[in-house]
Design a protein around this ligand. Structure first.
Ligand code: ACO
Length: 326
């Protein structure tokens, strides 16, 4: 059977930095509280003229350049996002136009912070079955536009950014080894954006009730996230006859440092086996794993044959893990 292997990575972070000290001037919080509870020092915020598709486009162009692939050679383009430019058309269609990938089918995946893992899994199936040859998978978010900047429980956590990978089908041992996806819709209310969809269509009263902004029960999310990310990482490793000791780098969804550390300790990974950039970017939802992957890849921290594992949890709830032989 063919495998989907990653032949290029790219990412883009907006220039504007929002530090914890900046947040102290906006809500009743402080650097010490944010750092001790989340490990986050700063996050990036998109400029007024930037949108999810423009961030995604920059990340995609960098990944294509590394892969040595031209946009017209891409036949599948999937964007994982919950903050698309519009409810529809998809952000993937906008990116397809902006990069000139005129031969690509394009659609968005909505699985919140697990979006990249869901999108990567979907693309890999097309490549493994021969339904596509080269795919571009992007995680991109401008969460700053759905954050309630008056809610100190949530506004300190999130940031904007985009990451992308180019996948190519090949016959060989390297590439995506398997994918393991799960969902449980019972707890959707613990993390969601109430407005404005078909349940709460656009209204002046809805704006006054702050419905267009993300809502979260942080304590509950924390517990379920740690358990689910651990369980699915073990499931993914076991399915391939691997253990934690085989993992060169774990790329968890960069939610916050306490979640990452709890998952790392349960998996009995050494600190250097876990890749984290959450202190510099905050939680960028579907963008967080490809952002971290691109940074590690460009720094030469992954070499041929290494086992890396993507491990995510997000709203829905959704969660999933993908082990890759580089
Ligand atoms: N600054 C100062 N104080 C604050 C702040 C803030 N920004 N936010 C909350 N507090 C206060 C609370 O009001 C509360 O005060 P009280 O005791 O007087 O009521 C106190 O700090 C403790 O609040 P908790 O919510 O219990 O704090 P906790 O230790 O649980 O940390 C946090 C909150 C960081 C949100 C934590 O629950 C968490 O990390 N949850 C995971 C959520 C997450 O990462 N979600 C991302 C999306 S899902 C995903 O990506 C996996």
């Amino acid at each position: 059977m063919k495998r989907a292997r990653i032949i290029g990575t790219g990412s883009y972070l907006p220039e504007k930095v929002l530090s914890n000290t900046d947040l102290e001037k906006m809500v009743d919080t402080n650097d010490e509280w944010i750092l001790s509870r989340t490990g986050i020092k700063e996050r990036r915020i998109a400029a007024d003229d930037e949108t999810t598709s423009t961030l995604a486009t920059k990340a995609a162009q960098r990944a294509l350049e590394m892969a040595g692939v031209t946009p017209d050679q891409i036949d599948l383009l999937i964007v994982a996002t919950i903050t698309g430019d519009f409810p529809w058309p998809s952000t993937a269609c906008l990116v397809q136009d902006q990069i000139g990938a005129k031969n690509a089918a394009a659609w968005d995946v909505s699985a919140a912070c697990s979006g990249f893992v869901y999108a990567l899994s979907s693309a890999s199936k097309f490549l493994e079955t021969g339904a596509a040859t080269r795919a571009l998978v992007i995680g991109a978010e401008v969460l700053s536009r759905i954050i309630d900047w008056e809610d100190r429980n949530t506004c300190i956590l999130f940031g904007d950014g985009a990451g992308a990978v180019v996948l190519e089908a090949h016959e060989g041992e390297s590439g995506i080894l398997s994918s393991h996806l799960h969902a449980d819709g019972a707890d959707w209310k613990l993390l969601y954006q109430p407005g404005f969809g078909s349940r709460h269509p656009a209204s002046i009263s809805g704006i006054e009730e702050r419905l267009p902004y993300l809502k979260m029960e942080g304590n509950e999310v924390f517990k379920i996230a740690v358990r689910s990310m651990y369980d699915v990482a073990i499931e993914a490793l076991t399915a391939n006859g691997l253990t934690s000791r085989d993992v060169h780098l774990l790329f968890p969804h960069q939610a916050n440092k306490r979640i990452l550390e709890a998952v790392r300790k349960r998996l009995e990974l050494r600190p250097e086996q876990l890749y984290s950039m959450v202190e510099r970017c905050g939680n960028t939802s579907g963008a967080s794993i490809p952002l971290a992957l691109d940074e590690a890849n460009r720094n030469g921290q992954i070499k041929e044959g290494d086992i890396v594992v993507f491990d995510a949890f997000g709203g829905g709830f959704t969660w999933g893990a993908i082990p890759v032989r580089w």
